[in-house]
Write a protein that binds this ligand. Structure first.
Ligand code: ZN
Length: 188
């Protein structure tokens, strides 16, 4: 099967369109591109694994997971071809069927709720500078509450296709002072 994934952000809306590929498993510590065509695809090795990928990064004093769900990259971060103002503010991790999403880092749950285009969304505030956003969820974890502390690795929900999405995936953003950073490359 082919993966044709197009994720367009315009006027603050995210519109994701996907023809789903099979979901490959993820080797520990590795992250792969989904089969087929991937928009904004990051560089990979010959086996389709993201080149130089490290599971954890540190941004402004926060340790964050670069991929907080077991999936493959179906769309990378950055400007899109063929659309003025079209910019993908996160990375899309396709999971096939709903899978558990974990908190990317220690922090406080700032928002649990629907956001336009993003569907069911969780935002975690890690410190004054850094937040993460998790979008298109099918459900929230039952223990999740706004204002509650979470630790990196705590379950926060399940992947889905709520909002502007046509395949089950996580749209994951790392926001530094409100500006999106590339989850696969930001920090060190
Ligand atoms: Zn996305």
């Amino acid at each position: 099967m082919r993966c044709v994934f197009l994720c367009i952000l315009f006027l603050g809306l995210s519109a994701c369109v996907t023809a789903p590929p099979p979901a490959p498993g993820r080797a520990a510590g590795a992250l792969s591109l989904c089969p087929g065509r991937v928009a904004n695809a990051p560089a990979t090795d010959r086996r389709g694994r993201i080149a130089g990928f490290a599971p954890v990064t540190e941004i402004s004093g926060v340790s964050l997971l670069r991929a907080p769900v077991d999936g493959c990259v179906s769309s990378g971060f950055g400007p899109r071809r063929g659309g003025a103002g079209s910019f993908h503010h996160g990375v899309d991790l396709y999971t096939g069927s709903p899978r558990t999403i974990i908190a990317g880092g220690d922090g406080v749950v700032e928002l649990i709720g629907s956001q336009r285009g993003y569907g069911r969304t969780v935002i975690i505030r890690h410190n004054r500078t850094v937040k993460t956003r998790y979008a298109h969820l099918s459900r929230y974890d039952g223990d999740l509450r706004e204002g509650r502390r979470v630790r990196r690795g705590d379950p926060i929900g399940r992947t889905g296709d709520s909002g502007n999405a046509t395949a089950v995936h996580l749209h994951y953003e790392i926001l530094v002072r409100g500006k999106p950073a590339n989850p696969l490359t930001a920090g060190r």
